[in-house]
Ligand binder design. Sequence first.
Ligand code: ADP
Ligand code: MG
Length: 272
Amino acid sequence: MTQTNAAADLSRKEARSQEPPAVQLRQVEKSYGPVHVLRKIDLAVGRAERVVLIGASGSGKSTLLRVVAGLEQIQAGEVHVDGSPIQIGRPKRDSLVKSSRSAGARAEIGMVFQQFNLFPNMSAIENVCLALRLVRGMTRPEAKAIGEQMLERVGLLDHRNAAPQTLSGGQKQRVAIARALAMRPRIMLFDEATSALDPELVGEVLDVMRELADEGMTMMIVTHEMRFARDVASRIVFMDQGTIVEQGIPEAVLTNPQHERTKTFLHRVLDH
Ligand code: ADP
Ligand code: MG
């Protein structure tokens, strides 16, 4: 490598290291009335990272994703996306930051839920296009072009005119993913996206998620599919009772957990 190349390489590396994390939570506290659900959560997710959250039911995984998506108010701490505040915790007042900057940061986030929530009276393509027209103000042809691209991406272009009730669960979830991708998010959140599916339909949805990961999408994923987690995660985060107990590369957390609570959880969910 020449001197100049080396210098350019170094400055690129420096530029990357100075980029804010894609998602950053600092000392986040969340309660529902008396129920304390997230406790002092610190978490930074880098660009193109795939962070998989695991933990028992009720440990706070969904709440954490919903906080990142700006769907839940926090009582203390801060949530930033790409360096812009999504919300700053304030005990009594409305804590969602209402600047156009935070709305912009929120728009960078797409979320896929366990229940697909497709509009039953609309075709697959209409479901994918709706927000493009209502939120982005696109014309019908503009939205349709993007909608078709997105359905193609999840392997469902042939089903564009299908009504949701004629689609399998796996196909419905792929439409839901296409709908989220249509808004061109930079970060995708998946909350048990395959938990409502018959076992034989899980693979087709995980395949789409795997492709997104390969393309460099920043992802936060809650899943019970441990083999998928091991393959796709750049980091696994184990949560228990609203705290992050431990985190690390899949090999470390899944094969050599350091904490008793992680061990107990993994013994329950893994076949060993
Ligand atoms: P997980 O996704 O890990 O199963 P959740 O984030 O859904 O956990 O829930 C964490 C805790 O918060 C649970 O005790 C749950 O009962 C409680 N909780 C979640 N949502 C609400 C809500 N809207 N109102 C009251 N309590 C809630
Ligand atoms: Mg959940």
